[in-house]
Design a protein. Structure first.
Length: 288
């Protein structure tokens, strides 16, 4: 009889423990996601609306994925780069001689996929007006013209300050580099035909919108895109739910080239060269 009571007592205790475990809630997180907006205003380096220069043409690509190197929350327009709350800094390497982003360790995500998740207890409490994110890699599809026919191909675009690449791939196409590549390096492959190539946009030609250029500049050659929350993001330590920050990036005519045939079509075989693949603006938002 005593053994039976002990058995039932154990069952009750385990049941109570199970209920208690189910009641435990996980800690809320700050979650970062990306959005690609083809209709968002197209900005220049100063964060002002821009047009396509005479002699150039552009198109809005179909984005597949993206990666970032750095993420920071800034309290106000006078917060200098690095003096806000830095929440992420991707791995770097000296394997190529100079310091560079280690692409093999980069996290690459699609739209609305979680790029970063940090417990809110690790985020400095405060009121944040601005977001700064250093973009490093883009993968997108574009239309190209050759001999009067239109084809679809995929670009791998490296817009970080410096990137170390071993061998990277686009589909079945391999691009062995084994070295550093400066901002503006790209590789391209047709989707349904055996053609692949790579190149380098001119130094300093990648657009990096920074509306705070006069009060909080960024280093030349970096890709620290800056955007303002519609309302300040306030972290006060009393949050009980996840805070989801969505970084909406303007891809409005974000790939730009020099025109040889003035038809608005990208024709590499005609000598039309890529001059800019920078994102064209950042609008951050959040939900609690």
């Amino acid at each position: 009889m005593r053994a039976k009571f002990l058995f039932f007592g154990l069952i009750i205790a385990l049941s109570f423990f199970s209920c208690q475990k189910d009641d435990v809630t996980s800690e809320p997180n700050l979650i970062i996601k990306f959005k690609f907006d083809p209709n968002q205003v197209r900005l220049n380096n100063l964060g002002q609306p821009s047009t396509i220069p005479s002699g150039n043409a552009a198109q809005t690509p179909n984005f597949n994925s993206i990666s970032a190197h750095y993420f920071e929350l800034a309290p106000n327009a006078y917060t200098q780069l690095g003096q806000g709350t830095v929440l992420y800094h991707a791995p770097e390497t000296m394997a190529g001689g100079d310091n560079a982003i280690d692409f093999d360790q980069s996290k690459i995500v699609a739209e609305d996929e979680v790029f970063l998740s940090i417990p809110l207890s690790q985020v400095t409490q405060g009121s944040y007006e601005w977001v700064r994110v250093s973009l490093s890699y883009q993968n997108f599809d574009v239309s190209i013209r050759n001999a009067g026919n239109d084809y679809t191909g995929t670009f791998a675009s490296f817009v970080g300050f410096n990137t170390y690449l071993s061998t990277h791939n686009i589909g079945n196409n391999s691009f062995p580099v084994n070295g550093n590549r400066a901002q503006g390096y790209w590789a391209f492959a047709l989707n349904d035909f055996p053609f692949a190539t790579s190149g380098q946009a001119p130094a300093g030609s990648t657009t990096v919108p920074n509306p705070l250029a006069t009060t909080s500049p960024i280093p030349a050659g970096s890709c620290v895109v800056t955007g303002k929350f519609p309302n300040n993001l306030v972290i006060n330590g009393s949050e009980t739910k996840d805070v989801v920050v969505t970084l909406s990036l303007s891809i409005n005519n974000s790939i730009e080239w020099t025109e040889v045939n003035a038809d608005g079509k990208y024709e590499p075989s005609a000598g039309e060269n890529i001059v800019d693949m920078g994102l064209r603006g950042l609008i951050p938002s959040f939900s609690k």
